[in-house]
Design a protein around this ligand. Sequence first.
Ligand SMILES: NC(=O)c1ccc[n+]([C@@H]2O[C@H](COP(=O)([O-])OP(=O)(O)OC[C@H]3O[C@@H](n4cnc5c(N)ncnc54)[C@H](O)[C@@H]3O)[C@@H](O)[C@H]2O)c1
Length: 399
Amino acid sequence: MNDKRNFSRRNFIGMSGVASAGLAFSSSPLIAQSVVNGDSNSGKKYKIGIVGCGNRSKNIIGALNSVPEIEITALCDIVEHKMGQRAALIKNGPKPRFYTDMHQMFKQDDLDAIAVITPNYTHKEYVIAALEAGKHVFCEKPMALTVADCNLMIDAVKRTHKSLQIGTQRRHSSDYKMLVENIRTKINGKILYSDLFDYRGDWRAPEADEYPAGVGYWRLDQSKSGGVVYEMGAHIIDVNNWIFDSEPISVSSIQGINNLSLRKRNSMDHAGVLVRYANDALMNYGSNVYNYGAAAADTFFGVNGSVQMGSGQISIKYGNPKGVAQQGLVIPKPELISLPGGNPEGEGVIQELKHFALVLAGKEKAYPDGYIARQTVQICEASVRSAKERREIDVKELG
Ligand SMILES: NC(=O)c1ccc[n+]([C@@H]2O[C@H](COP(=O)([O-])OP(=O)(O)OC[C@H]3O[C@@H](n4cnc5c(N)ncnc54)[C@H](O)[C@@H]3O)[C@@H](O)[C@H]2O)c1
């Protein structure tokens, strides 16, 4: 196995402190050196430019209002009026400069970092361009549409000695950290299986003036969005990778478009995905974008019991590993734990951007980085290929 694959992150429960991330995985010698020197640039305001002022940028700007270490200095969108709308959401600092050409924005010397919040199919090109322009990058999930593109992005990080953090906010949310900690400490045996699902209404219909004339809505185009597994699955699959702490090995999936009454589309609107990991654990993921349903609950099964997260609670049920009664064996009573966050996604976004501020200060490594985020893309890409070719896909086939 090469360095890109053979990567155990055991006990990597919470934030990636430099010590726990390990400098062996440093893709940014400059940052590693500044940490060694204790140069934290504390008190400095880091200047960020946002490319993509669509729907997601509202959440990112809202969260950055709670991150005083980062100032939004520039906005870029090909649809001009969106920049004004987003600028109105910024609570701190001077009015940002506007750009319709991202390359012009990337050239600005005063910018420390770029946030790429554009459609999925653009991430590879825009992230590499920003890194090549000498900027650190925060990029929304999914990292890219293919493993080959993730590899090019990782190569660009190595070449430029800049940092790339991917926006899967659950890695930074208190609720999900509590889930992982409970699985690691309470069900502390082998994890065998997970049963995960999510669904939501069909994607928000964009306003008539959101895209230039003749430009379709990218989410309805399979070649631009990747379909439902990239769009929604990327979040819980990333959590699953964190919990399983192993590498995805093979993927089987059935996907399709069932509900054309909502929107015309050629992107997959439902999927079932089965993934085998190197440690033999199995993930079972299902999703659709037909409509809102009951709150999703995700369950993780281990040899010593199961942990379920849903409806603001973690439920732990302890089991008997032998399956039959044994003299003297006391099985703990089930536990119900209230989650602290209340709003795991919103809180996670603030925390991920606070973490990015520490990356810019040289105090932390990007987390999740390209290596972690690529594992999710391995599953997404293999799932689409499996559904198309009607066979199990070995992740190695993806490069
Ligand atoms: N982490 C999360 O929970 C989460 C949630 C929603 C969306 N996302 C991700 O955020 C990204 C954006 O999603 P969205 O819902 O905001 O989409 P959107 O279509 O609402 O916004 C995308 C914006 O990018 C702009 N854009 C496209 N090409 C550009 C270019 N060359 N230069 C400048 N601007 C350009 C578009 O004009 C548009 O305003 C996607 O990758 C999506 O997967 C993440």
